[in-house]
Design a protein around this ligand. Structure first.
Ligand code: NDP
Ligand code: X2W
Length: 313
């Protein structure tokens, strides 16, 4: 049987390069590579998109929409890393661990939207609790999320790595202060909550790694679980998942570094707190489970390969 042909549109970008790195050594697919000088040539992109069985779109939103419009056959399947299609009709949200039968759901999907990085952290904690009816749908949830600067793509990387960067780039920066961050629609839709979270991301002077934290008053959760019990509930939910795990509960104070899982495709949840209040912190790599690792995981499921992604577990 011939190998599936895979093309990365946007292969010179931050996410595209990381997907390429994960796929370059694979023998179960044929990677179609565009001449770097032609990476924005519409005719050449169209040719490769239509030759491919599966295309990764690692492009700005508008270019991703344009790329989908270049498909002229009923065969080419798509994984879009951008924000463009995450709540669009006809697109499957590419978060396998949230499906009962990921191999079936992703295996049958033609158009898959890869989750946003902050949304990945938020949903990993919140979506299971809503689906298990522990977190009421009308809970007024809040979230903050730390990210390395590679989350902003080539432009932000250049800013942070410039020799004459401003003093403010040496310190964490809160952004999304209008409370209209582009991940809010997917956070609300996929979690099943009635309202989006009050959410502020924070970008800091390190390359990659995330720590996304959500906050709970336990008495408003169904069954009023303690922090320790909440940890056990999530641990059971994610039992046997190769990419998502829950750290053992500890009462010891801890510093949760946002870069602990950098360089892997894994995500780890830590539940902290006591009887009255709990926080759940998701740590992962914005370029791993937050983008390219998740994209490769989705590809594997779509093409009937193993569920795992490409980098160190
Ligand atoms: N970085 C991250 O952690 C995450 C990123 N994403 C999303 O993934 C997508 C890609 O992001 P990222 O890799 O960070 O961005 P980058 O800016 O690093 O890369 C984007 C790439 O797309 C290329 N490009 C831009 N316009 C076109 C076009 N019209 N045709 C072909 N190529 C084009 C750029 O070319 P050139 O090289 O000339 O600039 C660049 O190589 C975005 O939608 C982003 O929101 C999602 C999750 C996390
Ligand atoms: C540091 C930084 O700017 N990060 C990006 C998120 C990157 C991401 O998740 O990607 P999408 O753009 O595909 O949603 C932001 O908050 O807009």
């Amino acid at each position: 049987m011939s190998k599936p042909k895979v093309f990365i549109d946007g292969q010179e970008g931050t996410t595209g390069l990381q997907i390429h790195e994960r796929l370059a050594g694979r023998e179960d697919i044929e990677l179609l590579v565009i001449d770097p000088d032609k990476r924005k040539d519409l005719t050449e992109r169209k040719r490769l998109i239509n030759e491919a069985d599966l295309v990764f779109l690692c492009l700005p939103d508008a270019a991703a929409v344009e790329a989908v419009g270049l498909i002229e056959n009923s065969r080419t399947r798509v994984i879009d890393a951008s924000t463009a299609h995450r709540t669009a009709p006809g697109w499957v949200y590419g978060f396998p661990e949230l499906y009962k039968d990921p191999a079936q759901t992703l295996g049958a999907a033609r158009f898959v939207a890869n989750p946003g990085c902050h949304a990945t952290g938020f949903l990993s904690a919140v979506a299971p609790l809503v689906s298990m009816r522990i977190l009421p749908k009308d809970y007024p949830i809040t979230c903050f999320s730390l990210t390395g600067y590679s989350g902003g793509g080539k432009k932000m990387i250049a800013q942070y790595e410039s020799q004459d960067k401003g003093e403010e780039l040496y310190s964490p920066r809160v952004y999304g202060t209008t409370l209209k961050h582009k991940h809010l629609p997917e956070m609300q839709r996929i979690s099943g909550l009635d309202n989006p979270p009050v959410f502020t991301p924070v970008v800091d002077d390190y390359y990659k790694g995330m720590a996304t934290t959500v906050f709970f008053h336990n008495r408003y959760l169904v069954g009023q679980p303690t922090a320790k019990e909440l940890g056990l509930i999530l641990m059971t939910y994610y039992a046997n998942q190769p990419l998502i795990s829950v750290a053992p509960y500890s009462e010891e104070p801890a510093y949760l570094a946002a870069n602990t899982l950098a360089g892997t495709d894994r995500l780890e949840l830590t539940v902290s707190g006591h009887e009255g209040q709990a926080i759940v912190t998701a740590r992962f790599d914005n370029l791993g489970k937050g983008a390219s690792g998740a994209a490769v995981q989705n590809m594997n499921l779509m093409l009937g390969f193993e569920m795992t992604a490409g980098l160190a577990l």
